[in-house]
Design a protein around this ligand. Structure first.
Ligand SMILES: [Mg+2]
Ligand SMILES: [Zn+2]
Length: 198
C-alpha cells in the first residue's frame, strides 16, 4: 500500500541528490510550550522519532535539522548548553541507526530580523548554497508550526520547488502533506519505496 500524499514526492526524488530539512521542537522532540529545552534532561524524543529518523536518513541523501533557538538570544540558555543537547541528541540518533548531516540553529531574537530565523529560509538556503551537488528544488521541509510551513513556501519560491510536510494532528491544507507524527511520515515514505522495489 502506498500513500498518495507523498507518492509523487518519493518518485521525483528517486536516485537524486537532495536535502531533507527537519524542524526540531515538536517534530523530533516534545515541544515545551512557552519555554525552551535547556538541558538534556528536558529533551524527550517524540514517540517513534528515532526509528523515523533512521528510516528517513536511508531515503534522503542529506538530512539537516533547522531549529529556531531564540532562548540563546534571550539569555535563558547558552550556546554551550545547546551544543551539549545536540551532542546527546546526535549520539542517540546514531545509536538508533540514523544520520543527521548537520544541525543548523538560529540563536537570534525575533526582533533582530535576521535571515536565519524561520519563517525566513536562510538556514536551508545557506546549507544548499554550500552544497551545490544538491538539487535545491527537490528540498523537503518538515515542521510542526505555521512558521515552518511559511519557511517552506519561501524556500520553494527561492528554489523553484521545495515541498512542505506538516506534522500535526489536524490536516493543514496549505501544506503539501500532513502527518500526525514524524513516525507516520517515515512510514508513508517507506510504504511508497517498498512498493517501488516489488
Ligand atoms: Mg517546531
Ligand atoms: Zn538568526
Amino acid at each position: 500500500m502506498s500513500d498518495s500524499r507523498i507518492e509523487a514526492a518519493v518518485r521525483d526524488r528517486d536516485g537524486k541528490a537532495w536535502c531533507l530539512f527537519i524542524d526540531r521542537d515538536g517534530v523530533i522532540n516534545t515541544r515545551i510550550m512557552d519555554g525552551y529545552v535547556r538541558s538534556w534532561e528536558e529533551f524527550d524524543f517524540e514517540p517513534g522519532a528515532l526509528e523515523a529518523i533512521a528510516s528517513l536518513s536511508s531515503w534522503a541523501p542529506r538530512v539537516v535539522i533547522v531549529t529556531n533557538q531564540q532562548g540563546i538570544g534571550k539569555g535563558v540558555m547558552t550556546m554551550a548548553q545547546l551544543a551539549a543537547i545536540h551532542d546527546r541528541m546526535l549520539e542517540s540518533i546514531t545509536a538508533a541507526g540514523g544520520r543527521i548531516d548537520e544541525v543548523r540553529f538560529c540563536p537570534h531574537l525575533a526582533r533582530v530580523g535576521c535571515d536565519c530565523r524561520k519563517p525566513n529560509p536562510g538556514m536551508a538556503l545557506s546549507y544548499l548554497a554550500a552544497h551545490d551537488e544538491l538539487d535545491q528544488s527537490l528540498s523537503v521541509m518538515v515542521g510542526d508550526t505555521d512558521s515552518d510551513m511559511e519557511m517552506a513556501r519561501r524556500l520553494a519560491l527561492a528554489t523553484g520547488g521545495a515541498i512542505s510536510v506538516r506534522i500535526d494532528t489536524t490536516e493543514d491544507l496549505s501544506a503539501d502533506a500532513t502527518f500526525a507524527s514524524l513516525s507516520e511520515f517515515a512510514g508513508a515514505v517507506r510504504s511508497v519505496r517498498g512498493g517501488d522495489r516489488l
